[in-house]
Write a protein that binds this ligand. Structure first.
Ligand SMILES: NC(=O)c1ccc[n+]([C@@H]2O[C@H](COP(=O)([O-])OP(=O)(O)OC[C@H]3O[C@@H](n4cnc5c(N)ncnc54)[C@H](OP(=O)(O)O)[C@@H]3O)[C@@H](O)[C@H]2O)c1
Length: 280
């Protein structure tokens, strides 16, 4: 039977390349993002890759718990079942600092808490043997696990808040995998990062020029993410050359992601902030 993946941020950049890779591998996909025009355009491109593939779009704003709930209810009502969730959508480093609709610090709110809420609500929609993969970043290594629970700590720099949110993606994936395994579930989780990849244009002209010169293509950056859908449960993958470029290989796991107490604290705090129970 055709496998079906839910890919957040599938309208552009790495998420779009992940969707392409899966379609070419015979999967169907549901891609999510905020911008409906870009979603429709992306779906048009994806449908042209394969006549058999089913490509659905789902408008979803990860900065709003109400919108995540609305989107998940829509999936439930449609009877959708998924063999993979790729938690890819992400706020880049954005300053000045701001908060989400639910008053969470923006980077942590969108990148981690939004995905935490989506996964918590979408777990019953997963098929036997399904895989959840969270997209982290090489800068997760600079994340500060002690400051991670301060979801609205305005004294953080935007860069530190982004690094913390990407560390949270990694910790969440590895803790989720441990809990799924302990519960006897056939569902498993992994994490991956794309290294330095050319996705949607962002930042100053200097940043963009640096990206133009030094970044690998989004298609190459998507490879560790695609690989994480078939890799060993609990693994963390990234590109092989200085974790910035090249073919997928095992990436360096932050020690906080291996610390079950810190990870349990992250889950507990995520549950408290979102008002949702992971139920694992
Ligand atoms: N590119 C890199 O070098 C790099 C390096 C390390 C990690 N990453 C990670 O890779 C992931 C993808 O990044 P990218 O470079 O491909 O970014 P991108 O090209 O900017 O694409 C981001 C995608 O996420 C969606 N999105 C953004 N904010 C959202 C929100 N609040 N709610 C729902 N969807 C949202 C965007 O669509 P809308 O704007 O329409 O919502 C778009 O589809 C991110 O998690 C990022 O942290 C990227």
């Amino acid at each position: 039977m055709t496998k079906h993946a839910l890919i957040t941020g599938g309208s552009a950049g790495l998420g779009f390349e992940v969707a392409k890779g899966l379609i070419l591998d015979g999967w169907s996909v549901t891609i999510t993002a905020r911008g409906e025009d870009r979603l429709r355009q992306a779906a048009g491109h994806l449908r042209r890759l394969s006549e058999e593939a089913r490509v659905e779009i789902l408008p979803l704003d990860l900065s709003s718990l109400a919108d995540i709930r609305r989107a998940t209810e829509r999936l439930q009502q449609s009877g959708a079942r998924f063999d993979a969730i790729v938690g890819n959508a992400g706020a880049k480093i954005e300053s000045p600092m701001k908060t989400t609709e639910d008053d969470f610090e923006w980077h942590m709110g969108v990148n981690h808490l939004g995905h935490f809420a989506l996964v918590s609500m979408a777990l019953p929609l997963l098929s036997s043997g399904a895989r959840i993969s969270m997209v982290s970043s090489v800068v997760a290594s600079r994340g500060d696990a002690r400051g991670i629970y301060a979801s609205k700590n305005v004294s953080l720099s935007a860069g530190q808040a982004y690094a913390n949110s990407k560390l949270a993606n990694q910790m969440f994936a590895l803790e989720l995998n441990r809990r799924l395994a302990a519960s006897g579930s056939t569902v498993s989780a992994t994490a991956a990062h794309p290294g330095f990849a050319r996705a949607s244009a962002y930042g100053s002209k200097v940043v963009r020029f640096g990206e133009y010169l030094a970044a690998q293509s989004a298609a190459r950056g998507a490879k560790p993410i695609l690989e994480s859908l078939i890799a060993e449960p609990g693994s963390y993958l990234g590109p092989g050359v200085f974790e910035l470029w090249g073919s997928p290989t095992a990436a360096l796991v932050h020690e906080a992601a291996l610390d079950e107490r810190l990870c349990a604290d992250l889950i507990h705090e995520s549950e408290r902030l979102t008002g949702l129970e992971l139920d694992l």
